[in-house]
Ligand binder design. Structure first.
Ligand SMILES: *[C@@H]1O[C@H](CO)[C@@H](O)[C@H](O)[C@H]1NC(C)=O
Ligand SMILES: *[C@@H]1O[C@H](CO)[C@@H](O)[C@H](O)[C@H]1NC(C)=O
Ligand SMILES: *[C@@H]1O[C@H](CO)[C@@H](O)[C@H](O)[C@H]1NC(C)=O
Ligand SMILES: *[C@@H]1O[C@H](CO)[C@@H](O)[C@H](O)[C@H]1NC(C)=O
Ligand SMILES: *[C@@H]1O[C@H](CO)[C@@H](O)[C@H](O)[C@H]1NC(C)=O
Ligand SMILES: *[C@@H]1O[C@H](CO)[C@@H](O)[C@H](O)[C@H]1NC(C)=O
Ligand SMILES: *[C@@H]1O[C@H](CO)[C@@H](O)[C@H](O)[C@H]1NC(C)=O
Length: 437
């Protein structure tokens, strides 16, 4: 009874925490920060540098990339831009003679240049087609930057005091919401091999947070399980991501050609999944393969069931109490994510560049596989009660739907049936503790 009360307490705490949008217990500090540096005030115009930092452990920005937008407070226009470009020039008819501004829109939409842009249009950290890696996966590619020169909309104002800081920042990426700009201590820049520091005139930060719920109303990934000691394969729960035959749920049967690509307004292809009882574009299979004296071996298979998408730089985050004892991982990269100091139960898997970092659309080689060896921690390791199965899995940062614990493949001759066994409840409460602290 006491335990039930404690559990109830945990659940109510969790449901209290969850609604804070953007909060992901696996990446509690994750955010995308936009930094707005006022570099120089000329008479009538300002030089600005804008940076986008992807401070997320495992969520990355894929094609078609970020599309940064804001609302100018007054009649500011972008005179010139390096390292990025505005999608529309807009109505610049107020300007006569000389060179027309780069963009006169009230709400400009800025996109990154493509790799190999002309040298005189480049800026450091630019030109990745809007793609940002996560901090863990490729620390050299998580920043984007561009420079611009702004002025008032009439050519003869020699006063830059009217130039303001915009609001309403958006990244043009599903699931992200940005806060208001906050003035922070000015950025410092290192010059002369670190012997001199210069600083911005003013710096503003905008923090953008991700929420899976805002990105997609339905899950996009599910997990199936099996083990060497039981013939049953526990499939993804029925209707994990959608139900076959539901109105609006389109799918392609094996061997059928996918329909013509349908782009959503944001340029992302609408997923077209292969027909299945779970209707998820991504399926992760966790197979407990072998038990050795001191080690056990798991095979992980990720299958792409989306007929119209290749997942580049995919990643998989796994929560399991034995992750701290990962001894060897074959054919995937692996990095532990120690978000909570000592509790080392989460790790990230991702593809090896040019080998399997691209998860091809289904119908091609639509899956990637890896095996890992974990050492059996004395005292906690057990094949009983589904302990060897993951507690949580996310693909590209979105949580996957797991089969319910009471359906996990069971050891033969296991008397338990029905109610969740005690060790499960204890490990579940431990899990809740670990995700909370
Ligand atoms: C954004 O992420 C960085 C790096 O993890 C962190 O230091 C910062 O506190 C975060 N900002 C917010 C507002 O959460
Ligand atoms: C363009 O802007 C000018 C004023 O700056 C305005 O008079 C004109 O009507 C605008 N043209 C269009 C097509 O909106
Ligand atoms: C943000 O957008 C809202 C509605 O579109 C507008 O009323 C508001 O003035 C904008 N804020 C800024 C700072 O431009
Ligand atoms: C503002 O953003 C920059 C770049 O992400 C970061 O280094 C700095 O610490 C941030 N400042 C504050 C006060 O959050
Ligand atoms: C996925 O990659 C394959 C092989 O590189 C390519 O032929 C196919 O067009 C790509 N599909 C999409 C939707 O980009
Ligand atoms: C977590 O486990 C990894 C090995 O999987 C190890 O390299 C790392 O040092 C561990 N971190 C802590 C805090 O124990
Ligand atoms: C395998 O696991 C399933 C699901 O828990 C269970 O119903 C079945 O009895 C197990 N098979 C054996 C041979 O124990």
């Amino acid at each position: 009874m006491g335990l039930v009360l404690i559990l109830f307490f945990f659940f109510s705490l969790l449901s209290f925490i969850s609604p804070t949008y953007g909060y992901d217990p696996l990446d509690p500090n994750g955010n995308i920060t936009i930094k707005w540096d006022v570099m120089q005030d000329n008479s009538g115009s300002q030089d600005l540098r804008v940076w986008i930092f992807n401070y997320q452990l495992f969520r990355h920005v894929e094609q078609p990339g970020w599309k940064l937008s804001w609302t100018w407070p007054g009649d500011e226009v972008i005179l010139g831009m390096w390292g990025a470009e505005a999608t529309e020039q807009g109505n610049c008819s107020a300007f006569r003679g000389g060179q027309l501004p780069h963009c006169c829109e009230k709400e400009p939409v800025i996109i990154d240049l493509l790799p190999g842009a002309p040298y005189n249009k480049q800026f450091s950290n630019c030109c990745k087609g809007g793609i940002l890696s996560s901090m863990t996966q490729d620390p050299s590619k998580y920043v984007a930057a561009f420079q611009m020169n702004i002025g008032g909309s009439s050519t003869d104002t020699a006063d830059s005091s009217t130039l303001g800081i915009p609001g309403n920042f958006t990244l043009g990426l599903p699931g992200y919401t940005c806060g208001d700009p906050v003035e922070v201590p000015p950025s410092k820049f290192i010059e002369d091999h670190g012997r001199r520091q210069t600083q911005a005139l003013a710096t503003f930060n905008v923090t953008c947070c991700y929420s899976q719920f805002r990105a997609t109303p339905a899950p996009t990934c599910c997990v199936s399980l099996s083990a060497f000691y039981n013939d049953t394969i526990i499939p993804c729960p029925r209707c994990s991501c959608g139900c076959q035959g539901q109105p609006g749920a389109k799918c392609v049967k094996p061997g059928e050609l996918p329909p013509v690509l349908q782009l959503q307004p944001n340029g992302v292809a609408q997923p077209v999944v292969q027909c299945s009882q779970h209707m998820c574009p991504i399926k992760v299979h966790w197979h407990v393969k072998v038990s050795y004296k001191q080690y056990w071996r798991v095979k992980i298979t990720i299958t792409n069931l989306n007929s119209v998408k290749n997942y580049s730089e995919w990643n998989l985050v796994v929560l399991h109490p034995n992750m701290r004892s990962v001894t060897q991982v074959f054919s995937f990269n692996y990095k532990p994510l120690d978000q909570y100091g000592k509790i080392n139960d989460t790790g990230m898997f991702y593809g090896i560049q040019f080998y399997n970092d691209m998860l091809l659309q289904s119908g091609r080689i639509g899956n990637v596989q890896s095996e890992m060896l974990l050492s059996k921690d004395p005292g906690i390791f057990t094949f009983r009660e589904g302990w060897v199965f993951p507690r949580k899995i996310s693909f590209n940062g979105d949580e996957c739907v797991m089969p319910p614990p009471d359906e996990y493949p069971r050891l033969p001759n296991n008397g338990h049936a029905g109610a969740m066994p005690m060790p499960c409840i204890i490990s579940l409460s431990l899990l809740l503790l670990t995700t909370m602290f």
